[in-house]
Design a protein around this ligand. Structure first.
Ligand code: TMP
Length: 218
């Protein structure tokens, strides 16, 4: 059984989770914990190539929802075996910017693929490797859209195939995350991401602190 701790962050575009991932990692490292930070899709050399294909490649316009599902999980299967399992076995903390709940929300609810098939693909990719704690950073759709727009205006333009989806897609994704959070309240903690950064950070810490003593004692 793993001795480490696996924390994932989830949320819609522009919810602020990447900032919060960084703040949590810094805080844990300052306390002396051995922490690895990763993102999905990506996190390994193979996964980063898959990420490029999924998001930015000039040749990805015709990608089907099924291909998207399988590529997300190909990246995940690699990350789990190359990084996450060895790190957990060594008693380290893994903080992952998105994990399989994103597949349920985006490919299941967003792309409307069959939820049972989506679940089966996820299970094949992850096996027994599941997050101990998931922080679901929630912002209302209008905040999400506004932050996305401001990011697109202020950063050099990089085409992102997934961000090209319509508003209804992102509404379904948001609803999907809500269903996931409601179904697994022990693991998935709802965080109000529409607050100042320090307030969100403190809310996250309230959930992380109690699980830290379990490190090395799974
Ligand atoms: P991000 O790293 O900027 O959040 O970009 C990742 C994108 O990939 C984001 O639009 C959500 C999407 N995604 C899925 O659609 N399914 C998945 O399983 C994962 C991990 C991400």
């Amino acid at each position: 059984m793993s001795k480490g701790l696996f924390i994932s962050f989830e949320g819609t575009e522009g919810c602020g989770k990447s900032t919060q991932v960084e703040l949590l990692v810094q805080r844990l490292r300052a306390l002396g914990y051995c922490v690895r930070k990763h993102r999905e899709p990506g996190g390994t050399p193979i996964g980063e190539e898959i990420r490029h294909t999924l998001k930015h490649s000039q040749h990805n316009h015709a990608m089907t929802a099924e291909t998207e599902l399988l590529l997300m999980n190909a990246s995940r299967a690699q990350l789990v075996r190359e990084i996450i399992r060895p790190a957990l076995a060594a008693g380290e903390i893994i903080v992952c910017d998105r994990f399989y709940d994103s597949t349920t929300a985006y490919q299941g609810y967003g792309r409307q693929l069959d939820l049972e098939k989506v679940k089966a693909v996820i299970e094949f990719a992850v096996g027994e490797t599941k997050p101990d704690l998931t922080l679901f950073v929630h912002v209302p759709p209008e905040v999400s859209a506004e932050r996305l727009r401001s990011r697109q205006e202020n950063l050099p333009f990089v085409r992102d195939r997934i961000e090209e989806a319509d508003r209804k897609f992102f509404e379904r994704v948001a609803r999907g995350f809500g269903v996931i959070a409601a179904a697994e309240p022990q693991r998935v903690k709802f965080i109000n991401g529409a607050q100042p950064i320090e307030t969100v950070c403190a809310a996250i810490w309230e959930h992380v602190q109690p699980v830290l003593p379990k490190l090395g004692r799974w």
